[in-house]
Design a binder for this molecule. Structure first.
Ligand code: GLU
Length: 304
């Protein structure tokens, strides 16, 4: 795979176009980030690594963390997890409440805020020290990096989290949240505040490109079947109401976050992480989407 030249070339091109979109300033602390940050890092199953721009700067990974909380909950509950969350794209915004009424508190998929709140509830019920244990789990996926929640970002989101409060209480009214909503949301905000760089993201998620096995230890994080299912969910539901568009343009499973990060996974080959904080109207990184579309087109390294 000769991707280094392609990454450089596409990075320069995307860096030179207008940096359009809006910051996720509905979370006040996220509005303070320099909008011109732009980083890319790839890690391959053959253990090749390459990065450009701000690839080693940590940022708020937001909803990208929802893949990791899902993996841990899937590990704990196995297929019973699909009784609590669905596996269908919602065709609605990430923070929408509308389908929950007819679906009686079962979120369409685990990457919607509603779905990730239910997964947070599952983790709280099953972990002794949920925040510490989740962080340890994420830590165990990495070779060397140190991870932290950002208390500023979690606090900032909590101060304006009216919609998430509504979602959690609404789901609870159907009996589909077992713990106290305030405890569930407390965990959820910390989860979303997790900070990583593009380099760390591409390393941590590499097990999903390697049939569920960690590269450096060969430890099984998920079974091959579970890993296939997480990738399928990322393909169909990873980009809010733009998941079809991402599959159409990029052709890889992936997940975005409102911090401007995107990870994309090519099973058996690589994980690429991109960060640029300005978001398009659907809440996905404007330059991140452009970069990945050009990268898979030029390199021909997509799954289709
Ligand atoms: N913490 C964010 C929220 O609940 C996550 C949104 C995202 O990255 O999709 O609004």
């Amino acid at each position: 795979m000769n991707f280094e030249e392609t990454i450089q070339e596409v990075y320069q091109k995307v860096n030179s176009i207008d940096n359009r979109g809006e910051m996720a300033s509905y979370i006040p602390e996220l509005g303070k980030i320099d909008p011109d940050n732009f980083g890319v890092h790839i890690s391959t199953v053959d253990q090749v690594q390459f990065g450009v721009g701000n690839y080693s700067d940590k940022f708020s990974i937001q909803s990208i963390a929802k893949v990791l909380s899902l993996c841990l909950a899937y590990n704990i509950l196995g297929d019973k997890i699909w009784k609590r969350v669905g596996v269908e794209p919602s065709g609605t915004a990430f923070n929408s409440l509308v389908q929950l009424e007819t679906d009686r508190g079962i979120p369409r998929n685990p990457f919607l805020n509603a779905g990730a709140i239910v997964i947070s509830d599952i983790l709280i019920s099953n972990l002794k020290n949920p925040k510490e244990d989740f962080l340890k789990y994420v830590q165990s996926l990495s070779n060397s990096a140190e991870f932290k929640y950002s208390s500023e970002i979690a606090r900032s989101e909590k101060s304006v989290g009216y919609r998430n409060v509504a979602l959690c209480n609404f789901i609870k009214s159907f009996g589909q949240i077992k713990n106290e909503p305030s405890d569930v949301l407390d965990f959820y905000y910390d989860l979303c505040s997790l900070e990583m760089s593009c380099k760390e993201l591409s390393e941590v998620f590499l097990f999903l490109a390697n049939n569920g096995n960690q590269i450096h230890t060969n430890k099984s994080i998920l079974t091959e079947r579970q890993s296939k299912r997480i990738n399928a969910l990322m393909q169909t539901c990873g980009f809010y109401d733009e998941s079809g568009e991402f599959a159409f343009k990029v052709g890889l499973p992936g997940k975005s976050g409102v911090g401007g990060g995107i990870i994309a996974i090519h099973p058996d080959k690589y994980v690429i992480a991109v960060w640029s904080p300005k978001l398009n109207k659907k809440g996905n990184s404007y330059r991140g989407m452009k970069f990945l579309e050009d990268f898979t087109t030029k390199s021909k390294l997509s799954i289709f």
